[in-house]
Design a protein around this ligand. Structure first.
Ligand code: AMP
Ligand code: FES
Ligand code: ZN
Ligand code: ZN
Length: 305
């Protein structure tokens, strides 16, 4: 297999695009394609200040790297959730994010520690509030709140996450399987800010397969944490990913078509509506000021009461 651009041996073959590229031309293609996604979905411009939420995993570090290369004004945010899992999951992932930041003199990494700020790890909060050993729901709530808070306090206009095509296709699959119409309305590469002063949310890697972001980090020599969060095992999103991966194996391009045709149906035919259609009545939480649908105190602040 040869690189389509230069004829040298290919480093990756993307059957769904009938495109093979070498170790030099693949990262360049990845950066160009990210830029096309940013422009296509009008995610942000060079005037925006962007905060990338970095988990220490391959996708979000790849995203930070690409945005820095494209010359955007972009900083990172790592949220230390205090997860150990027998191998210091949070500590190791934080170190990977910190190590990446040293590659660029201009890259600034904000670090927020949940145990230091609020006195408990997410596992402890989940156990105290919900008597569960599975912190995923509490984790999602805390991460969303902290991302919004840091973006607001430090004046970022855009919040970017590293969700890839495999993530988005699996979420779409789950939403369709259970006909969660409100979630289908809100599933989008760009989400308008939830409230005044808050950042718009974007997913610039949503058109890349996980394998493609992995290849990018490998060829760019970016070190990341290989382990998944220890609480991810058995999550339904993982079962959905496995099902789609089996379908992809039988028919390459399945995930891409599934996701892109969904976006097209929304954009061109108005199917499922837009995120704006489903935005419920929000007002500021009386404690933290972030928008909430609750009557007084938001779900995040209620965690600590
Ligand atoms: P996940 O929900 O773990 O699949 O992560 C989805 C995206 O959320 C990642 O690509 C990151 O952009 C962001 N993210 C996840 N965990 C963290 C974290 N601990 N700190 C900052 N951002 C995170
Ligand atoms: Fe949140 Fe695993 S990263 S529970
Ligand atoms: Zn080449
Ligand atoms: Zn609140």
């Amino acid at each position: 297999m040869r690189c389509r651009r230069c004829g040298e041996p290919a480093a990756i073959n993307m059957r769904h695009y009938k495109l093979a590229l070498c170790a030099e031309h693949y990262p360049a293609w990845f950066v160009e394609k990210t830029q096309r996604t940013i422009l296509k979905y009008r995610m942000f411009t060079y005037q925006d200040r962007i905060l990338v939420a970095v988990s220490g995993g391959k996708d979000s570090l790849a995203l930070w790297d690409v945005l820095l290369q494209l010359g955007y004004q972009v900083d990172g945010l790592y949220i230390d959730l205090g997860i150990d899992g027998g191998f210091g999951y949070s500590t190791v992932s934080k170190e990977k994010a910190q190590a990446f930041a040293t590659r660029y003199p201009k890259a600034h990494l904000h670090i927020v520690s949940i145990p230091n700020l609020y006195g408990e790890s997410i596992v402890e909060v989940a156990h105290r509030k919900h008597r569960t050993q599975r912190p995923c729901a509490v984790c999602g709530l805390i991460k969303r709140h902290e991302m919004n808070r840091v973006a607001l306090e430090a004046g970022y206009t855009v919040l970017a996450t590293g969700h890839n095509l495999d993530d988005e296709a699996a979420v779409l699959f789950g939403n369709v399987l259970h006909w969660k119409v409100g979630y289908l309305q809100r599933q989008s590469p760009v989400l308008p800010a939830d409230g005044e002063g808050l950042a718009r949310k974007v997913k610039p890697l949503c058109r890349f397969y996980e394998r493609e972001t992995a290849a990018y980090t490998l060829l760019r020599d970016i070190d990341y944490i290989y382990d998944e969060c220890p609480y991810a095992k058995g999550a339904t999103s993982i079962t959905h990913k496995e099902t789609l991966t089996q379908m992809e194996h039988d028919a390459p391009g399945t995930k891409l078509q599934f996701y892109l045709h969904f976006l097209q149906a929304k954009q061109e035919q108005g199917l499922f509506g837009t995120p704006e259609d489903s935005t419920p009545d929000m007002h500021p939480c009386s404690q933290c000021g972030q928008p909430t649908t609750a009557t007084d105190i938001c779900a995040f602040c209620r965690l600590w009461t």
